[in-house]
Design a protein around this ligand. Structure first.
Ligand SMILES: [Zn+2]
Ligand SMILES: [Zn+2]
Ligand SMILES: [Zn+2]
Length: 269
């Protein structure tokens, strides 16, 4: 299985539009892995998680034919994860799409956003409302949405993805996991864990994970035998406001056996 990290930044991107902070200045100077667009991953070219405003840019940069995507999982309605206005680009009059529908999975608010954006348009999306801890078979995998602690106004979801026996936890945007999610994970066996580290060394671990929460999550997973032998843990969704460059993040996470994602990273499982 191929997991392609298309973008690895939080809402603002790095360097961020307008920003004059030292992280953004240095990111502009250094380029390379310090340039980050909004977060999304693509699995085997057919299963995508989230639809950020950089989706057009991702398809151009990586040569992705979005018409090959069969399943689109939406974590929550924040615009860095769902830029619903661009869903209309697939509708009649804007695109000549193929016959096979694009299946979209999400909780209530993301699906409402999509319906609003597509109002009056003819399209071949198929929308599926999902609920926490209820397993669903999609076109390409079996998924289980898990609860996040991210935005109190919305049911934000993480996804457990089982594609032909290879298992991924997509943990983003999560905050420190709610108790039900930890309990659900206890008897699972994961090949890849994707965590968010948005807030760096900030002391708060609700809404978003900080460095400490990511490190503790890996230890919890080791202690509970949740990681398969050779499993990989990757951290993503970074904000310039954390004040950490790619090099700083690597220094923090490499000794703990955690890989720091960058735009374009491919993980093979
Ligand atoms: Zn986000
Ligand atoms: Zn900045
Ligand atoms: Zn969010």
């Amino acid at each position: 299985m191929k997991v392609h990290f298309l973008g690895t930044a939080a809402y603002e991107g790095i360097p961020s539009l307008f920003c004059q902070c030292s992280t953004c200045h240095q990111a502009r100077e250094r380029g390379g892995r310090n340039i980050r667009t909004r977060t999304s991953v693509m699995i085997d070219e057919v299963l995508k998680v989230d639809f950020p405003p950089d989706t057009l840019y991702h398809s151009l940069k990586y040569g992705i034919d979005m018409n090959n995507v069969q399943d689109l999982l939406i974590t929550h309605s924040h615009s860095d994860h769902l830029y619903a206005e661009d869903m209309g680009i697939r509708a009649k009059g804007y695109a000549q799409f193929g016959n096979s529908p694009l299946h979209v999975y999400g909780h209530e608010i993301p699906l409402q956003r999509c319906q609003q954006a597509l109002k009056g348009l003819s399209h071949n999306y198929k929308f599926h409302r999902v609920d926490p801890f209820e397993s669903i078979k999609t076109q390409t995998a079996t998924i289980v949405p898990l609860l996040a602690d991210h935005d109190p106004n919305e049911t934000c979801l993480l996804y457990y993805i089982d594609k032909e026996g290879t298992t991924i936890l997509y943990g983003n945007d999560s905050g420190w996991f709610p108790e039900q999610t930890w309990n659900w994970l206890k008897d699972k066996q994961l090949d890849l864990v994707i965590l968010e580290c948005t807030t760096g060394h900030s002391l708060n671990r609700n809404n978003h994970m900080n460095v400490e929460a990511v490190l503790e999550t890996k230890i919890w997973m080791e202690d509970n035998n949740v990681l398969k032998p050779g499993a990989q843990v990757v951290v993503t969704h970074f904000s310039h406001n954390a004040g950490l460059l790619h090099e700083d993040l690597t220094e923090i996470f490499t000794p703990a056996g955690i890989q720091v994602a960058y735009d374009g990273l491919v993980v093979q499982l």
